[in-house]
Design a protein around this ligand. Structure first.
Ligand code: UT7
Length: 322
């Protein structure tokens, strides 16, 4: 049995912040951001009631309603995030409580922007082992609290939000998947955001914010994500043109364009929402999936390839039948 997506949901914070809004806070411009990234606006939390947890819960509720399942039906909850509200309990356990998913085992996972794919692949592995029959997986980020608002080369890229999918063990669903990591490259995108309270350690208690070497990440993204897609296609014997939709991590429209060019495919196979969401890290793929699902873009039987890359470094892909 493999994982089949039977419902999706998403939640974006109320406040949309345009590039022009940002140019009132820092030296930047709509022209620079749009031409370098394709981003026009991003949603950012703007009140204490909008949190990683609240967005995860809203996205989860909406995915459950779409799937026609009740919270108490759910056996497994995995939340992919690098920006949880608490170190412990996990966001997944807090989501479980808020939803009343009393029968679920719940845990968080950190694979940065590849997190949703790692969560999907993990749930799929549980299904293949016969351990669970369904799962709620959520990608959620409140990156606005960890980006460096004094670093215009990174803060303009990211947005907040959550996306969710309900999975069922089924004879049809995920056809093939892969994931990988290269910890040795981790220094190009990182956030050392922990202080120590240990009295025996002379600690630098400074909290750091997100740091990124943009050009290195750009090169890694185009190379690794293309290779990852090609490897997955080779596993299945499919040609790039056999895939109905490519739903890629929404980091930068130029990265998506480069991958489409390398695969020699038209851009209309690559739906995108980076223009109004920015890069929402682990939430980007499930938010996009929910958008295209609710816009009736997907038809039963479509072949969908999800793929992403992120800090760690990490990357992953999954091919599934809708
Ligand atoms: O999921 C995580 C994935 N992260 C990514 O996918 C990021 C991948 N990298 C990128 O998308 C691009 O590298 C960026 C969009 C981050 C940067 O684009 P770039 O074309 O590589 O620009 P750059 O870093 O080479 O900067 C060019 C210039 C610099 O000025 P000088 O030194 O040439 O005078 C920057 O200071 O642009 C300047 N700059 C800005 N100007 C206006 C950097 N950020 C901004 C800004 N507004 N926001």
């Amino acid at each position: 049995m493999r994982a089949k997506i039977i419902g999706t949901g998403s939640c974006l914070p109320q406040k949309a912040v345009t590039n022009d809004d940002l140019s009132t806070l820092m030296e930047t411009s709509d022209e620079w951001i749009k031409s370098r990234t394709g981003i026009s606006a991003r949603h950012l939390v703007s009140s204490e009631t909008e949190t990683t947890l609240s967005m995860a819960v809203n996205a989860g509720k909406s995915a459950l309603a779409d799937a026609g399942l009740l919270p108490e039906d759910i056996e497994l909850i995995i939340v992919a995030t690098v920006s949880s509200d608490f170190i412990t309990p996990s966001t997944a356990c807090m989501v479980q409580k808020e939803l009343g998913a009393v029968h679920a085992a719940a845990f968080d996972m950190n694979a940065a922007c590849s997190g949703f794919l790692f969560a999907l692949n993990t749930a799929d592995a549980y299904f293949q082992a016969g351990i669970y029959q369904n799962a709620l997986i959520i990608g959620v980020e409140t990156l606005s609290k960890i980006v460096d608002w004094k670093d215009r080369s990174t803060c303009v890229l990211f947005g907040d939000g959550a996306g969710a999918a309900v999975l069922r063990a089924d004879s049809e669903g995920i056809i093939a998947s892969l994931q990988g990591s290269n910890g040795a490259g981790g220094h190009v995108l990182m956030c050392k955001n922990r202080s120590s309270n240990n009295p025996f350690v002379a600690t630098d208690t400074r909290l750091d914010y997100l740091y990124m070497d943009g050009q290195e990440v750009f090169k890694f993204a185009v190379k690794k994500e293309t290779e990852c897609i090609q490897e997955l296609l080779a596993q299945t014997g499919l040609a790039p043109s056999d895939i109905t939709w490519y739903l890629l991590h929404q980091a930068n429209q130029r990265i998506i364009n480069s991958i489409a060019r390398k695969l020699k495919l038209p851009l209309d196979k690559f739906p995108s929402n980076v223009d109004h969401c920015g890069n929402t890290s682990a939430a980007s793929i499930p938010i996009l999936l929910d958008e295209v699902h609710r816009a009736n873009t997907l038809s039963e039987g479509d072949l969908i390839l999800l793929s992403g890359f992120g800090a760690g470094l990490t990357w992953g892909a999954a091919l599934l039948r809708w």
